[in-house]
Design a protein around this ligand. Structure first.
Ligand SMILES: [Zn+2]
Length: 117
């Protein structure tokens, strides 16, 4: 697994290249999965292509508490906003700030996912 700071750089690079953040998590490391321009799903943390099995999608989310669900949605929305800013931002300093923000948002998202397990 890449280090956190490297991760952010990789993620920022992916976003700059036109990749988008998906709502899926990597089955191996539960990092958010990116969708590359050519349509591949990519885990920036494992640095490899992810194949998501779509059949039936076993989602044990019935037990989910509403608070965490809405928190998660809020975080995902924020991440989406940061993603857009990252894609347009050219200033390295601002990119670092955005990267740090993205990092903490992702961390929080991960925490929620862990609590929900
Ligand atoms: Zn992964």
């Amino acid at each position: 697994m890449a280090k956190d700071s490297e991760n952010i750089k990789i993620m920022a690079d992916l976003l700059r290249q036109g990749a988008t953040l998906t709502e899926h998590a990597c089955p191996a490391c539960s990092s958010p999965i990116f969708k590359l321009k050519r349509g591949d799903l990519w885990c920036a943390s494992c640095q490899k292509r992810v194949i998501l099995v779509k059949e039936g999608e076993p989602e044990p989310e019935a037990k989910e508490t509403p608070v965490f669900s809405s928190l998660e949605t809020t975080l995902m929305n924020k991440i989406g906003q940061i993603e857009k800013q990252l894609a347009e931002e050219m200033d390295p300093e601002k990119l670092t700030t955005l990267g740090a923000t993205l990092s903490s948002l992702l961390e929080n998202l991960e925490k929620i996912k862990n609590i929900k397990k």
